[in-house]
Design a protein around this ligand. Structure first.
Ligand code: GDP
Ligand code: MN
Length: 396
């Protein structure tokens, strides 16, 4: 799960991570009031979307930049009016962009240096790790590609946590000196506390800035949370903005389905994540393009299968469906029941290829055969993939 920058700042404030003053606005008038309340004429207006690269982004109406510095509350209002209700395209949003329905109005700081600081989960050590760089304010992927020596990391001990000697080491590598070293220690420690307390999988601050008057401040923040820990993070769940998420994925999460929307036209419904990956690969190999990743899991109920089918059929790009079930724990007949129920409810009008194998497969095949649905049987995974690709091509 992700949150907006203005929400990230609320967390920073709660945990004592230094950030600039600011508040969120949904209308130009609110933006004006928020700017007035800052009591300064150095103001930054920032479009709130779940994607980075806003500063260099472009609105679909031609307006340049989702991060704008202004010098009066009146200008903040005008810029907010140009952003709100508009779609912002950045290198992270994809060409369709994201609708801006809120802006952050923050005090603009003077900047001496822009740094990069992130805490994430390191799969190699199964523990948190700090990744930092002197090259803040730009794409970290680009820094990694061109000047990888300017990125460094510090592994965090899983039970001891981020320790004082480590924060000092990091501060030094970031070129911080004097009182800034103490500030860095405080900021990094507070951020690590927040990371652990809220079950984050990533906190990325880009840029972390040094101001001319010698302060270290987090100016931007991107959070990711571990979805499996959300049950114990009610205040994080309350920050969820479903309008930012793929509606297909929102619907899937309501039924505990592991679904990821893609941009192909062959939907797949599979049990098991590995088999789902293999199925996507083999669709591609057969010359098609998968419309989604979907793992219904080992213990899916008929309701879940029905929901999964409806989500698939609700995607206008989908021109064919491949069901690939290897019933180990999963009962093939439950899948068959779900397919039939959903197909009847929504009215199946596109080709459907089903490959069933394993537990209770005969009953499952019988259910499908007696349903009167016009479906095609796949003998094995390769055969099924070839058949659905051929059907979709035929229909096109
Ligand atoms: P992003 O483009 O989505 O990553 O948004 P950021 O919050 O990182 O803002 C983009 C850039 O705008 C930053 O790298 C800064 O260069 C600039 N910026 C953002 N906030 C301020 C500010 O308070 N003062 C100044 N001078 N520049 C800012
Ligand atoms: Mn940024």
């Amino acid at each position: 799960m992700n949150i907006h920058e203005y929400q990230a700042r609320e967390l920073f404030e709660k945990f004592g991570v230094a950030t600039s003053k600011g508040s969120v606005a949904s209308t130009p008038d609110e933006a004006y009031a928020a700017a007035k309340a800052l009591g300064t004429d150095k103001i930054v207006v920032k479009a709130q979307i779940h994607a980075g690269g806003r500063g260099k982004g472009t609105f679909t109406n031609g307006f340049q930049g989702g991060v704008k510095l202004v010098t009066s509350a009146q200008d903040a209002r005008d810029i907010a009016a140009k952003m709100l209700g508009q779609t912002l395209v950045t290198h992270q949003t994809g060409p369709e962009g994201k609708l801006v329905s809120k802006v952050l109005i923050a005090e603009a700081l003077d900047i001496s240096r822009e740094l990069y600081f992130a805490i994430l989960l390191d799969r190699a050590t199964s523990a948190p790790i700090v990744v930092a760089s002197t090259e803040g304010g730009m794409d970290i992927e680009r820094v990694a590609e061109h000047t990888p020596e300017k990125i460094f990391s510090e592994k965090i001990h899983p039970t001891l946590g981020l320790q004082g000697f480590q924060t000092r080491k990091l501060a030094k590598k970031l070129g911080l000196t004097g009182p800034l070293i103490g500030q860095a220690g405080k900021l990094f420690t507070a951020m690590f506390k927040l990371f652990m307390a809220r079950d984050c999988s990533q906190i990325e601050v880009n840029p972390l800035v040094v101001t001319p008057d010698g302060r270290l401040v987090a100016l931007d923040a991107k959070f990711n949370f571990d979805d499996n820990a959300l049950y114990r993070q009610p205040d994080i769940v309350a920050m969820r903005d479903k309008s930012e998420e793929d509606p297909r994925e929102v619907a899937a999460s309501a039924f505990n389905l592991n679904y990821i929307g893609l941009d192909g036209n062959i939907a797949c419904l599979v049990n098991g994540a590995g088999l789902a990956m293999a199925t996507m690969d083999i669709i591609q190999y057969a010359g098609g393009k998968p419309a989604n990743f979907l793992d219904v899991g080992g213990g899916a109920s008929k309701d879940q299968v029905t929901a999964a089918f409806k989500i698939i059929l609700g995607d206008p790009n989908v021109k064919g469906i491949l069901v690939n079930i290897f019933g180990g724990i999963m009962d093939c007949n439950v899948i068959a029941d779900g397919i039939v129920a959903a197909a009847r409810e929504v009215g199946l009008s596109i080709p459907l290829v089903v490959r069933l194998e394993g537990n209770n497969v005969e009953a499952g095949k019988q259910t499908l055969a007696q349903s009167g649905l016009a479906l095609i049987t796949g003998n094995d995974i390769a055969d099924a993939a070839q058949k659905i690709v051929a059907e979709v091509k035929k229909a096109a």
